[in-house]
Design a protein around this ligand. Structure first.
Ligand SMILES: Nc1nc2c(ncn2[C@@H]2O[C@H](COP(=O)(O)OP(=O)(O)OP(=O)(O)O)[C@@H](O)[C@H]2O)c(=O)[nH]1
Ligand SMILES: [Mg+2]
Length: 403
């Protein structure tokens, strides 16, 4: 299948404080040389020292926000970016694929992503979002902001949305790790993952995976991801796959080795210099496959480039689908793709039923109470079940206690 972005311009746009910090992790690195990097913030400090070429940085809503950021106000973020539609169009012109990175929960990124997406859609640029979700300790309101942004502004509109919960950091780092160090590590991993994804997407793929598969997988429903990266800087082939895998399993945004085994889908990518051999690639993928549960979807990409000479990077993006946002539409599509034999096995006596046990990933949601109907799902609730039952409410049946 043709790779729509092969050898074309891939742009990484960092939005808000966290997004710009991730860019900082690879500005000037040889691996990012072939990417177009853009930074957008309402806060002057976010852009300071970024060292990007003229026209690649945008202080959004400067006259109105005064370069002081949005202080967590999503509407301000949205307005600030909406003022910059023309500038964004100019910056994104010529892009073949856009990867937007940022931290949700504040004002600029949470408010601005919808504007960036609408500009990208106008320019017909395939767009992926890789966003962090706030730490639990940041409080309920930030979390709510982030969740609402994903649900209302991105999901189903962007080509792919990968949410990376910041809490993953805590599951692997020692509790005495200073917060600044935790963020630094997270940003490093985040930067490396962005490079790995863009490298695989840009250079095309030496193996089976392609952009279409990746997008199709993520478009289906909201997903939570975690990221493991193992980077070995050595051209000495012996043992470097194992060393990279070991690092990957312990990397801070993976949230523990178990995440690989629990995932519904895993995207593995292997990057290396021209010395990367078929044997080494096969060994890496075999090793990676051992950690993934049977039946999980596996997308595998490998890419080589001069800029990766003497290095080997193994990246895993683990994906868990969020059962709550599964749409009836998505299920219908899945069901219609099932082989007839599968439908019969699920109990459709006359072959006409579309009982939803058919979609293996959705099993917990698949019990429609009416025979031969699709359950009507709303926010993860089956509306065919009376409200008092769904809410587990006590019902006064007129009887006295003990009767
Ligand atoms: N992984 C990671 N997450 C971060 C970092 N900084 C902030 N975040 C997360 O991103 C969320 C948004 O923070 P910012 O990026 O500072 O917010 P903003 O988009 O600039 O919005 P305003 O500052 O309100 O204008 C926070 O709630 C954190 O959860 C970082 O350096 N690394
Ligand atoms: Mg900010």
């Amino acid at each position: 299948m043709e790779n729509p972005v092969e050898n074309k311009m891939v742009t990484v746009l960092g939005i808000g404080g966290a997004g710009c910090r991730v860019l900082r992790g690879f500005v000037g690195s040889p691996a990012a040389a072939s990417l177009r990097l853009l930074a957008v913030d309402t806060d002057r400090r976010g852009l300071e020292g970024l060292n990007l070429p003229e026209g690649s940085m945008l202080l959004a809503g400067a006259r109105w926000r005064g370069g002081r950021g949005c202080g967590g106000n999503v509407l301000d973020g949205q307005r600030a970016l909406a003022h910059e539609r023309a500038a964004l169009e100019r910056m994104l012109a010529g892009t073949s694929m856009l990867l937007v990175v940022g931290g949700l929960g504040g004002g600029t990124a949470s408010g601005g992503v919808s504007v960036v997406l609408s500009v990208a859609r106008k320019l017909e640029i395939p767009t992926l979002f890789l966003v962090t979700l706030p730490f639990t300790l940041e409080g309920h309101s930030k979390r709510k902001t982030a969740e609402e942004t994903v649900k209302n502004e991105l999901l189903g509109l962007a080509d792919a949305v990968l949410c990376l919960p910041n809490d993953l950091l805590f599951s692997i780092l020692d509790s005495t790790t200073p917060l600044s160090e935790a963020f630094r590590l997270a940003d490093r991993e985040f930067s490396r993952t962005v490079l790995a994804l863009t490298a695989v997407l840009r250079h095309g793929n030496l193996l089976a995976a392609d952009f279409n598969n990746f997008v199709a997988l993520l478009k289906r429903k909201k997903s939570y991801c975690s990221i493991g990266v193992g980077l070995v800087e050595s051209a000495e082939v012996n043992g470097r796959i194992e060393a990279a895998m070991e690092q990957l399993l312990h990397s801070p945004l993976l949230g523990g080795a178990d995440k690989l085994g629990e995932a519904d889908a895993v995207v593995f990518s292997l990057l290396g210099g021209p010395e990367l051999s078929i044997g080494e690639t096969k060994a890496a993928l075999e090793l990676a496959g051992r950690y993934v549960k049977p039946g999980a979807e596996l997308i595998i990409g490998a890419s080589t480039g001069e800029e990766w000479s003497g290095m080997l990077q193994l990246t895993a993006v683990t994906i868990r689908f969020d059962a709550e946002t599964v749409t009836v539409e998505a299920m219908r599509k899945e069901t219609s793709r099932m082989p007839r034999r599968g439908r019969a096995a699920a109990g459709a006596a006359d072959g006409a039923s579309t009982q939803l046990e058919l979609f293996p990933l959705l099993e917990p949601l698949s019990k429609g109470i009416m025979e031969k109907t699709m359950p009507v799902l709303w926010n993860g609730e089956d509306l065919d079940i009376p409200t008092f039952k769904r809410r587990n409410a006590a019902v006064d049946n007129g009887k006295l206690v003990g009767e």
